[in-house]
Structures are given as C-alpha cells and as structure tokens.
Design a protein around this ligand. Sequence first.
Ligand code: NAP
Length: 247
Amino acid sequence: MTILEGKIALVTGASRGIGRAIAIELGKGHAAVAINYLKNREAAEATAQEVEAAGGRAAVFGADVSVQAEAKALVQQAVERFGGLDVLVNNAGVNSDRTVRRMSAEEWGYVVRTNLDSVFYCANAALPHLMSRGGGRIVNIASVLGQMGNVGQVNYSASKGGVIAFTKGLALEVAHYNILVNAVCPGYIETDMMAGLAPQFREGLLARIPLGRFGTPEEVARLVRFLVAEGDYITGQQFNVNGGMYM
Ligand code: NAP
C-alpha cells in the first residue's frame, strides 16, 4: 500500500499512544511523517523508526503545541524538512481531572490550551501550506467525552466539544480550497491516558461499552488513515470509534 506516497503529514503528540499509531499507519502508506512530542524524545525517535520500517519517511520535532510560537515553528520545521505539508493531525492532548467546584483555573487552562488552543495554533500555521499544495486534510482527535460529557472531566469535555465545533466551522471556511477537515471521537482507548484508572472504575466503564472491551490505538489510526488517504468527499464530520458507547 503506497497510497500516501509523496504526501507529507504532521502528527502532534506522536511519541506515544494514539498519535504514535497514527504516524505508523500513515508510514504504512509511505507518507513522510513529522512526529511531534513534548518531553519524550526517545519515544518519538522510536516512533520514527517504526514509521521508516513501515515504508515511510520520518523526522522528530519537539514543541509545546499549546504555545502559539512553538506550534508555528513546528509547522515551519516540518515544511522545511520535507518540502511542504498535505496533512495535519491534531492529536496531542491531556487531561487533568477534578470536579468543577474544586478545579483551579490552572487545571482548566492547562487542558483547554493543550487540547483546543493547540488545534487553532497548528491549523492557523498549517493552512497557508495546505493551500499552496492545492488542498489537504486536517484530522482533529476529539473524544466521546466532547459529545456526552463526564463527571470530573468538564475541562476535558469542554475542550473536546470545542474541537468538534472548530472542525465544523473550519470545514466550511476552507472547503473551497479543497481542504477537508474532520474530527475523530475515540471512546476509551488503552493508552497511558487510561493508565491511572482504578480497577473498579475500569469495570464500570466496560459495562457501558456494548462491544465489552476498550479500543486500541491502531483501531483509531486506521480510521484516520482512511480519512487522509481516501475520504475525498468527507468534510465537517465527526466519526465515533467507541465500541458503541455513544451512538
Ligand atoms: P497519551 O498516550 O497520554 O499521549 C499524549 C501525547 O501527547 C504524547 O505524545 C505527548 O508527548 C503529547 N503531548 C501532550 N501535551 C503536549 C503538548 N503540549 N505539545 C505537544 N505534545 C503534547 O494520550 P492518548 O491516549 O494517545 O491521546 C491522544 C489523543 O486522543 C488526545 O487528544 C486525547 O485527548 C485523545 N483521546 C484519547 C482517548 C483515550 O482513551 N486514550 C479517548 C478519547 C480521546 P510526550 O510523550 O512528549 O509527553
């Protein structure tokens, strides 16, 4: 499968978890993939090796995408390294859980800046490059919690609901440039983000998932690959990969 040969992609937060799986999946299609990380350079290098082993090209770039200047520099570096940009996958994300009554403004701001502001910063920097290539794809990784909300995760849910609304608005703005913008809404996926969940909480969650299991990063990544490589008439949509948890 060389369906992405000649395409250049930037995946934010690709050192671990879902972003790592997306980078590798795009590598399987022979894309050139710019792999962003915040702290874990070694893990990002390992992702790069896997992208290359899959047939793609890879380079790693450290940047905090919640800071506009760093997001802008990240996009610029990726463009300079590979000679352009066709695909932006806004995947980097964090949580910092507490009920609203007890939540500090720092906990609110950290999550909203990382999950939502970053999507604006990266898209804002990437759009001129996508336009100069005659079109492109943006895939934003939102969440089932941006659709249904959750106790103790209102900052996270609000940020992801914002990502879904951002996706629809931007899709309208840039459709005439042949830039397609979609959101992917994972349910509960086995990554480091879920590692801290107490066993009884995990059991409670499983009981609410019709397929009876958590998802894998690869199951999210395959949908992203489809949207990037084949979703020629799809824009402004939100796609659920949640085992039936929310319909
Ligand atoms: P993860 O395993 O915790 O990985 C998070 C990734 O984001 C890491 O690569 C991390 O880099 C990077 N990152 C964090 N803050 C960053 C920043 N400010 N700038 C640049 N990179 C940053 O998370 P995940 O579970 O794969 O989640 C990926 C996305 O899917 C997130 O947007 C998350 O909200 C969403 N999602 C996850 C689930 C789930 O159940 N796992 C469900 C729905 C949605 P370092 O390694 O350098 O720290």
